[in-house]
Design a protein around this ligand. Structure first.
Ligand code: AMP
Length: 284
């Protein structure tokens, strides 16, 4: 039986009943097979004798667009059923008022890895992410926390926070789960119209087409970016647009001057107001 912890005050008492180690999987709900793969990884890490906690919270302070927040899917009953089916011991489903004081005045800020990509196009987003993740770490004090590599900038920034603030938690990154046609699973995919859904694998295909330039030893970032851009836009529907397309160093997340190291080609695209992200590593 899954235990649902509704608020922060009851966490401490509830946790006493659950054995360590404890692995935390933070989510915003609308759980799909990508989330389930993180939950299975968490189970693998702690074993049948440990505890897996899934948090489900649409964190308002990480949203930069009100329409994105108000349309974010929240099928809570299905989410809890999926957690239960996976053998998750604890679902943490707080409300905003449980987590944030009206006069809160502390935020966690990262100042380097968040300069480009989603950090540039969504002001304040990573402050919101780091703040909620640090709060969840403090509330549950997990030995392990599992995050998806799909949000690779988020994962890098969380690792940096753990390193720079000496947080006693091990961060596990887990590979991206995709549909058969290559589209990365995302809670936002459910908002795509059938036509948009059919078109959306163009994002992955464009990144792959650009990456293939590597076999010829191409080193100029502009050549990769031009190739990806033209694949993204060729025959795209009228409501499709590119939010950003960047080629960054895999370690520093700063734009590369030459593709002679491990680099990441990353994009965020819109179908109407639905924003999807994907990336591909271009290895040395
Ligand atoms: P979200 O609910 O979108 O905040 O995501 C919660 C966690 O699931 C994050 O660590 C994401 O990186 C991860 N995640 C989201 N989509 C996928 C996917 N397609 N494959 C693997 N992990 C994912």
């Amino acid at each position: 039986m899954i235990t649902r912890i509704p608020d922060v005050n009851s966490v401490r008492a509830s946790l006493q009943k659950f054995p360590r180690p404890l692995a935390l999987v933070p989510t915003m709900g609308a759980l799909h097979d990508g989330h389930l793969s993180l939950i299975r990884e968490a189970r693998k890490q702690v074993g049948s004798g440990g505890t897996v906690v899934v948090s489900i919270f649409v964190n308002p302070i990480q949203f930069d667009r009100a329409s994105d927040l108000s349309t974010y899917p929240q099928p809570l009953a299905e989410d809890l059923a999926r957690c239960e089916a996976e053998g998750v011991e604890i679902a943490f489903v707080p409300e905003k008022k449980d987590l944030y004081y009206g006069d809160r005045s502390i935020l966690v800020t990262e100042s380097l890895l968040s300069k480009h990509l989603c950090g540039a196009s969504r002001p304040g987003h990573f402050d919101g992410v780091l703040t909620i993740v640090l709060k969840l770490f403090n509330i549950f004090q997990p030995e392990i926390a599992v995050f998806g590599n799909k949000d690779f900038q988020q994962l890098a920034i969380i690792r940096r926070m753990v390193r720079d603030l000496n947080l006693p938690v091990q961060i596990i990154g887990h590979p991206t789960v995709r549909e058969n046609d290559g589209l990365a699973l995302s809670s936002r995919n459910s908002r795509l119209s059938p036509g948009q859904r059919k078109d959306a694998p163009r994002i992955r295909r464009a990144l792959e087409a650009a990456r293939d330039l590597k076999v010829n030893g191409e080193q100029k970032p502009g050549v990769y970016l031009d190739a990806a851009r033209s694949h993204l836009l060729a025959g795209a529907p009228g409501d499709f647009s590119i939010d950003y397309l960047e080629l960054v160093d895999a370690g520093t997340l700063q734009p590369v001057a030459k593709v002679n190291c491990s680099a990441v080609l990353a994009t965020a695209c819109f179908y109407g107001n639905i924003r999807l992200i994907d990336h591909l590593e271009i290895r040395r």
